[in-house]
Design a protein around this ligand. Structure first.
Ligand SMILES: Cc1cc2nc3c(=O)[nH]c(=O)nc-3n(C[C@H](O)[C@H](O)[C@H](O)COP(=O)(O)OP(=O)(O)OC[C@H]3O[C@@H](n4cnc5c(N)ncnc54)[C@H](O)[C@@H]3O)c2cc1C
Length: 482
């Protein structure tokens, strides 16, 4: 029998369709599944509070799943290379397998580790388990990375049949040497002050729950996705983003399950698969433009005259801007760790255009509060909103939070749920309570400035101010029709 192999788990916290684990299981030798909680210096994008909450439960779930197959999960804390060297020494492992990550710092670290350990005779192999198409396989005719989504996705779809997901690994054959491990609790990922009731009330991390969510979505919502996905008050989306981020499910598993249930092409089915395409596009951009988590892709935006206003930022973060739809979105985020995509666009636009605050402030807040905080998707989303990224919404297209509310939350269902102090207002005024006649406000027990804030800015004034700011960097060019 061969000497042990280590499977280093990172953002692939599942056993099914896990290429690294599958390859290790195919070898004739014991497997040591390892998770490393690395120090901050190694990860400039340290997981935020909501992500740490998710990770805790995800590790518990992975550990249980592994246990049932006879592979105890080893958890250690410390610099990754150092921990790997320790475990190799303690177990006499001769092989190390992991699934690739695409964040710039992770790539640098992994390359260094691979070269160090390979030079010492360890068989290091890496795999793709989190993308449908690796970033270095898709280029435009000029051999450059795509910057327009539709063309990128067309090029992806021309790559041919998607390979099938890998099965669950078999039960452990050999006994791995028993070595010490921390428990997930010893990583102190859960908050000391319990602010997580809202999150625990709706989320169940773990591969098993990812599967259940997918099955439910395919059965109940997929065929209405195209129609319903824009309405934050409906349950029209899959809620799979945190599971995808932590790798509790792979995009390939989702793709195959959807296509198995609905083999014929249809607008409904393809509208959903296309969203997986946006996720691919985000990773493609992050890989080819690694500076984008902090700096705009369109360099002229580096000189944008952003404001700095802590009071306005706080009002936005806590959901007290006086614009009901924006406040509903921000409160949903704070309480549940998730926000509907339509709202991410609306609150994002409000931050960067109505308040003229830098998009990086929004990205940071999302990073800390989202259970699905993902460097690639969050960067794409914020650069899209701010008009400074690839295929972004032009800066001069400014969402009006009132008309967005009327269009996508016409009955006020969503606002009523998250901004309960406005719940008694009739539909007609729920998106702009400051304009409601005094008797309507009185009847609804709303006192603007007391029970609910005055609007923090006048949208039409703020809109003009944003367009003037844009002129400072682009001149009249920005107003040409795209
Ligand atoms: C400002 C902003 C910030 C964002 N930050 C994140 C983030 O940190 N993490 C994150 O996963 N998504 C982010 N998104 C994208 C999107 O809002 C979420 O992926 C989506 O709302 C998650 O819900 P769902 O799983 O129900 O999505 P569905 O509509 O069911 O879509 C299925 C999957 O497709 C992918 N997807 C869908 N829309 C997008 C998109 N626009 N860009 C990239 N991938 C997408 C996600 O992986 C999602 O889980 C952001 C969008 C914006 C505008």
């Amino acid at each position: 029998m061969k000497r042990p192999s280590i499977v280093w788990f990172r953002k692939d916290l599942r056993l099914e369709d896990n290429a690294a684990f599958y390859t290790a299981a195919e070898r004739d030798g014991p497997i040591i599944p390892l998770y490393i909680w690395a120090p901050e210096e190694e990860r400039p994008w340290e997981p935020g509070g909501a992500s740490r909450w998710w990770l805790h439960y995800s590790l518990e779930s992975l550990s249980d799943e592994l246990e049932t197959l006879g592979y105890p999960l080893i958890i250690r804390a410390g610099p990754s290379l150092h921990v790997l060297e320790e475990v190799i020494k303690e177990t006499r492992a001769e092989a190390l397998f992991w699934n690739r990550l695409y964040e710039p710092e992770a790539i640098k670290r992994d390359t260094r580790i691979k070269s160090t350990l390979s030079s010492r005779g360890i068989d290091v192999q890496t795999f793709n388990a989190s993308l449908l198409f690796e970033p270095w396989t898709i280029f435009n005719k000029q051999k450059k990375p795509f910057q327009v989504f539709t063309r990128f996705w067309q090029a992806c779809l021309k790559q041919g049949e998607m390979t099938s997901p890998l099965p669950m690994p078999p039960h452990a054959r050999g006994r791995a040497p028993s070595i010490k491990s921390l428990s997930p609790s010893e990583l102190h990922l859960l908050p000391e002050v319990p602010w997580d009731q809202g999150i625990s009330a709706i989320w169940r991390p773990g591969a098993h729950h990812a599967r259940q969510r997918l099955d439910y979505f395919i059965e109940h919502a997929l065929m209405d996705y195209k129609e319903q996905r824009e309405f934050p008050g409906k349950h029209g989306v899959s809620y799979l983003s945190p599971y995808l981020h932590f790798g509790e499910i792979s995009p390939r598993m989702i793709w195959h399950e959807v296509v198995r249930e609905y083999p014929e092409e249809s607008e409904e089915r393809d509208a959903y698969l296309r969203q997986l395409g946006w996720r691919e596009f985000a990773h493609h951009l992050l890989y080819h433009f690694p500076f984008t988590p902090t700096d705009p892709l369109r360099r002229e935006f580096s000189h944008f005259p952003w404001h700095h206003d802590d009071k306005a930022l706080k009002a936005w973060q806590t959901g007290y801007t006086g614009y009901p739809l924006v406040d509903a979105g921000m409160r949903q985020l704070w309480i549940t760790g998730w926000m509907h995509n339509r709202l991410r666009m609306v609150v994002g636009s409000f931050l960067v255009k109505d308040l003229l605050l830098p998009w990086q402030e929004g990205a940071k807040w999302f990073w800390d509060t989202l259970v699905d905080a993902d460097l690639a998707n969050n960067t794409l989303g914020w650069q899209w909103v701010a008009g400074c990224g690839a295929d972004a919404a032009p800066y001069f297209r400014i969402f009006n939070p009132v008309t967005q509310g009327e269009k996508f939350d016409g009955t006020g269902e969503y606002v009523r749920r998250w901004v309960p102090e406005l719940a008694k207002l009739p539909d007609e005024w729920i998106q702009q309570p400051w304009d409601a006649p005094p008797d309507v406000l009185k009847q609804a027990e709303v006192e603007i400035g007391k029970t609910y804030p005055h609007p923090i800015v006048d949208h039409s004034v703020a809109r003009k101010r944003a367009l003037d700011a844009l002129k400072e960097i682009t001149g009249a060019k920005a107003f040409e029709t795209p």
